[in-house]
Write a new protein. Structure first.
Length: 684
């Protein structure tokens, strides 16, 4: 091996950018002839290879001049609509010689050439040189992670051979994530090459076909390198940056990037992603609506309010609908935070706050969307029939734990154990609230999780670093060395289950979302009398107000009281009873009472007085036209009757006739209320 090759590999080992391909030397004819002579081919083909070698060397005595020629000339055969057409036959015929030079550290082949030649045969040349690129070892490790043998063989062979000929790294133990990154970047950049249509039908056809497959090949190699411990970058699927974005002001964009970099160490990637989108949308708006604005110091409140107004009217091309209020609220908060930080940090900006919380769109406080029992039975039957054990276990865990999707996706391998009485217990990782918690788990979900554990028991994968805690964790939902995406675990599986259960809307989309299982469990806990702190603990709520949403709509006592007063055929008494029976209560009054019935309770009944009607006097006189009572309060009415009689006796002993009259009147009023409801008289 030549010294220059060793220097290049040393630079690559520490992650430095690769130098320009300066290795470009011919080999002696004797050495190449010895190599050809050892090949198991016929004498005519050996002679032809030597003839090509001599002609190529006479045409290109200096390989640097060959590297400087246009790509179609160096590739030698075109693709696309000109498939098979020879643009420069000598370069095409000399490919085995070029592979020989690259694998013996005499030439660094550039990635555009390696991608344009299509199906190469460098491994044949490597075998003829008795060169071990470590491909069999990498294939076996990929199979142990769960990859199909044929698929991983193709991925490893394709990726390792090209990295070896471009980087000069032929030892698999020296491969790093940087090598794969440069290969993937070259694959994406090749779509913009000026000669792309000479090798593929179009740039779009290249992206959707070969490039997509090649990016998958490189990604699979990166997964194996991570589990070999040769890179600390955890494998994750990323979308290629091929989307065409409107140009934005570079100075303003640089300030946004600087602001995002400050928060990068302390915020979750998803939060940074949404903040970047919010500020990018602002810059895109300013580029069109106010092109004269070249720095944030020129931005005014009118500019930002114009952005908020435009955002409210923005139609999304993927859905054909306007942005959701929740999304607009989040983007408004991000923009307000950015301008506030410009003031705090003293960076170039308006020098004042341009918007605040008052400019945010008002978000409707919606009640939880629990799943009705009939629909719940149908969707659960469809979930149990899902063929994928990972999807089935994830959705069953959602149903019976009340966890969030991100918490279930990041479950650890040892997340399941039992309480002392044998009930299964699930340990949920820190999520939205940055707190771990344990919850009871139904046997059905526990068995599904144990099935996934059995599938993963013998997989030799490396532990991951948790995105929140920074600690090492062996995740449960991992396939082929990567954490399974939330889209596959939940959205895809639930849409399939909804279709199988017939729970779809007019457009064919499922009517049940993953988060509705959480709402359903919270509602069921409240309806069955669970304490508020129990609901908070199971659902991971930080404040009682979050869990009170379920208690307000689900308290069975409130429901029974409401039906006892306003339900059909209710047995009621009191001055307000006639208004209920005759239906003279307005629709607005009924709606308010439905939402606030708990607030109407008095000691001896309910007050149907609306807030705009002033303070209530029912509890003082039992004669207010808004007072109504039910048989549920009969025992309290009898107790109050006894109290009034005792107070009347005390007033007689003190010779207070007016007090005697008042207490006796209240006692008589209570007797009439009990009689109107068909209750036994006091003492009866």
């Amino acid at each position: 091996m030549r010294a220059a090759g060793s220097i290049s590999a040393a630079a690559l080992a520490v992650g430095n950018p690769p130098p320009a391909p300066v290795l470009a030397d011919h080999c002696d004819e004797t050495e190449f002839a010895d190599h050809v002579a050892r090949q198991p081919i016929c004498a005519e083909y050996k002679h032809a290879q030597l003839q090509v070698y001599r002609r190529f060397r006479r045409c290109w005595p200096d390989l640097h001049s060959w590297l400087a020629r246009p790509l179609p000339e160096r590739v030698g055969r075109l693709g696309g609509e000109r498939r098979g057409a020879a643009s420069f036959r000598l370069s095409y015929q000399a490919r085995p010689y070029l592979y020989f030079l690259a694998l013996t550290d005499r030439l660094r082949l550039d990635y555009p050439w390696l991608l344009a030649v299509g199906n190469t045969r460098p491994l044949v040349v490597a075998a003829q040189l008795d060169m071990d690129l470590g491909i069999p070892r990498l294939i076996e490790e990929g199979v142990a992670l769960g990859y199909n043998r044929a698929a991983i063989r193709q991925a490893i062979s394709w990726s390792v051979a090209r990295i070896a000929m471009h980087e000069g790294v032929r030892d698999p133990d020296r491969l790093r994530a940087e090598h794969v990154d440069r290969l993937l970047a070259a694959i994406r950049d090749f779509a913009e090459h000026r000669s792309i249509e000479l090798f593929f039908d179009s740039a779009e056809a290249y992206r959707r076909g070969r490039a997509k497959s090649w990016i998958t090949h490189g990604g699979q190699l990166a997964v194996i390198l991570y589990h070999r411990g040769q890179t600390e970058r955890q494998p994750a699927k990323t979308m290629p940056p091929w989307a065409v974005r409107p140009p934005v002001q570079p100075e303003m964009r640089a300030l946004v990037d600087r602001w995002l970099d400050i928060s990068r160490p302390v915020l979750r990637p998803n939060t940074l992603y949404h903040r970047e989108i919010s500020l990018r949308r602002l810059l895109e708006y300013l580029a069109t609506a106010a092109p004269e604005v070249r720095s944030f110091a020129q931005v005014t409140r009118d500019h930002v309010l114009g952005f908020l107004a435009a955002m409210a009217e923005d139609i999304q091309p993927t859905t054909g609908r306007r942005l959701a209020t929740h999304t607009r609220c989040g983007r408004t908060s991000d923009v307000a935070l950015f301008f506030r930080d410009l003031v705090v940090l003293g960076w170039e900006g308006p020098g004042q706050l341009l918007i605040d919380s008052r400019d945010k769109p008002r978000v409707v406080d919606r009640v939880p969307r629990f799943i009705p029992q009939a629909e719940l039975d149908r969707i659960m039957a469809a979930i149990r029939a899902l063929p994928c054990p990972y999807q089935r276990a994830a959705l069953l865990t959602l149903r019976w734990s009340g966890a969030r999707r991100g918490e279930v996706r990041r479950l650890s391998f040892d997340c399941l154990d039992c309480y002392p009485d044998g009930t299964h217990r699930l340990r949920l990782p820190a999520g939205k609230t940055y707190k771990e918690r344990t919850v009871p788990l139904h046997d059905e979900a526990a068995e599904a999780l144990r099935g996934v554990m059995a599938l993963r028991a013998d997989t030799p994968d490396r532990w991951f670093t948790d995105e929140l805690t920074g600690g090492r964790v062996r995740h449960l939902f991992v396939v082929r060395g990567k954490l399974i995406s939330a889209y596959y675990l939940f959205e895809t599986a639930l849409q399939q289950a909804c279709r199988n259960a017939g729970l779809v809307d007019a457009s064919g989309h499922g009517t049940i979302s993953a988060h509705r299982f959480r709402h359903t469990l919270g509602t069921q806990l409240a309806e069955r009398g669970a304490r508020l702190d129990t609901i908070m603990s199971v659902l991971g709520h930080q404040s009682p107000g979050m869990s009170m949403v379920y208690a307000r709509i689900s308290d069975p006592e409130v429901l029974r009281d409401y039906q006892a007063v306003l339900g059909p055929g209710a047995l009621i008494a009191g001055p307000g009873a006639e208004a209920v029976r005759s239906g003279t209560l307005s629709a607005g009054a009924i709606d308010w009472l439905k939402a606030n019935f708990l607030k109407t309770e008095l000691e001896l009944g309910h007050c149907l007085r609306l807030p705009e009607e002033g303070p209530c006097e029912c509890d003082l006189y039992l004669a207010c036209p808004r007072f109504v009572t039910t048989p549920a309060y009969a025992s309290r009415l009898r107790e109050r009757h006894d109290v009034e009689l005792r107070l009347a006796d005390d007033a007689r002993s003190r010779d207070w006739p007016r007090e005697v009259e008042r207490h006796c009147a209240v006692a008589a009023r209570i007797e009439r209320l009990l009689a109107d409801m068909g209750e036994n008289p006091p003492g009866g």
